[in-house]
Design a binder for this molecule. Structure first.
Ligand code: PLP
Length: 402
């Protein structure tokens, strides 16, 4: 039996089957390339759902992690540590905001944003206690906790996890009229992904985010942008909201903030919003730990140069130009996205997204399907143009053969 089959059989025997990974067993990775246990190399065109924006084994991030590992890794928030202030100051500055509340995973940051909005609603806006509403979009993906799946419209993500958390209103994504109708005096926040990643890299209609900003400002409602996947360089800007010149009240960040090294997430907002918390009212044992802060500080320093955003914009233009040439050729029905991020809808007669992903894997390219007929392309921002072109070449050959 091959090492790959052996490792997969063993994993299946001893783990919950809440994922259906492609049949590859990775043993090392560098930049945009991964190597499996058989010694085969693959181009990573998923980048850990954007957690690996700076590539595998990024020297600056690994060095920052190593140096911090030798000093101190965890204090808990019971004590101060010497990387915390810099991390908060630098992240706040990157976001143009005043304060940071660090957590670990994306879902925890979303939960934190929900708690922030509710507390802000009761303590600042004056909503009667227990009546706060948060408006969210259909087809959202904000994480996997019981509260977050309560307002998911994806049956796989939501079914059989009830009873569900109340207090959420779901409106169609991209529809400002529906949003305006859903906002009431008890609405404390509108929470959206500026581009819906899991839904298939859906970019909202032009003017939507600016319209959400205007509406939420007029109605005294917080605009909370879940930039966990869209933020930190992926779309060619630091934040996807920037494409419409929009500054939300609350940024929800994760994934790339930890550089693919450690989980780091955060809620970032001004003091009038994050100031609602008092000691003991929220927290996390690992949130804001020294190792996380050291890696995230390096991530922020890299983003402050602007070179990753520029790279994502330039290579992204190239990616979308090439992908759009495939539309109408029979195999591809639509391409969406921004920067180095694309959802490619495959004509079903050419195979499911999963089948296309498996064929690409055989040619040495790793992507991930979503919602049946879509494949998602999001390589590390450090990918070379030559490698990107090679990956696209493999996609063309799979589609031509199908
Ligand atoms: C991945 C993701 C999350 C959840 O992050 P986890 O770290 O997996 O909990 C939330 N929102 C968006 C938009 C995401 O892409």
């Amino acid at each position: 039996m091959s090492r790959t089959a052996d490792a997969i059989r063993s994993a299946d025997a001893h783990s919950a089957h809440n994922y259906h990974p492609l049949p590859i067993v990775v043993t090392s990775a560098e930049g945009a390339w991964m190597t499996d246990v058989e010694g085969r190399r693959y181009l990573d065109m998923l980048a850990g759902y954007s957690a690996l924006n700076f590539g595998h084994g990024n020297r600056r991030l690994i060095d920052a992690a190593h140096a911090q590992l030798e000093r101190v890794t965890l204090t808990s928030r019971a004590f101060h540590h010497d990387r915390f202030a810099d991390f908060c100051a630098e992240l706040a500055a990157l976001c143009g905001k005043e304060a940071v509340l660090p957590m670990n995973t994306g879902a925890e940051a979303v939960e934190t944003a929900i708690k922030t909005a509710r507390k802000w609603g009761y303590k600042v806006k004056g909503v009667p206690d227990g009546h706060a509403k948060i408006v969210v979009a259909a087809d959202n993906f904000h994480g996997r906790t019981t509260t977050i799946v309560s307002f998911s419209t994806d049956h796989e993500a939501r079914d059989h996890y009830g009873p569900y958390t109340p207090g959420f209103e779901i409106v169609p994504y991209g529809d400002l009229t529906a949003l305006a109708h859903a906002v009431t005096p008890n609405t404390v926040a509108v929470m959206l992904e500026p581009i819906q990643g899991e839904a298939g890299v859906l970019v909202p209609p032009a003017g939507y985010l600016a319209g959400v900003r205007e509406l939420t400002r007029e109605r005294n409602v917080l605009f909370m942008a879940d930039e966990i996947q869209s933020g930190l360089g992926r779309t060619g800007r630091t934040f996807a909201c920037e494409h419409e010149g929009v500054v939300p009240d609350v940024y929800i960040l994760g994934k790339a903030l930890g550089g693919g090294v450690v989980p780091v997430s955060a809620v970032v907002a001004d003091r009038d919003v994050l100031g609602v918390f008092r000691p003991g009212e929220h927290g996390s044992t690992f949130g804001g730990n020294p190792l996380a802060c050291a890696v995230a500080l390096e991530v922020i320093a890299m983003l402050r140069t602007g070179e990753y955003q520029q790279r994502a914009a330039e290579l992204g233009d190239h990616l979308h130009r090439e992908l759009n040439l495939l539309v109408g050729g029979g195999a591809v029905t639509a391409v969406r996205g921004r920067g180095l991020w694309a959802g490619v809808d495959i004509e079903p007669s050419h195979g499911t997204g999963r089948e296309i992903s498996e064929k690409l894997m055989e040619l040495g390219v790793l992507v991930k399907d979503t919602h049946g007929s879509t494949i998602r392309i999001a390589p590390p921002l450090v990918i070379s143009k030559e490698d990107l072109d090679w990956g696209l070449e493999q996609l063309r050959s799979v589609l031509a053969a199908g």
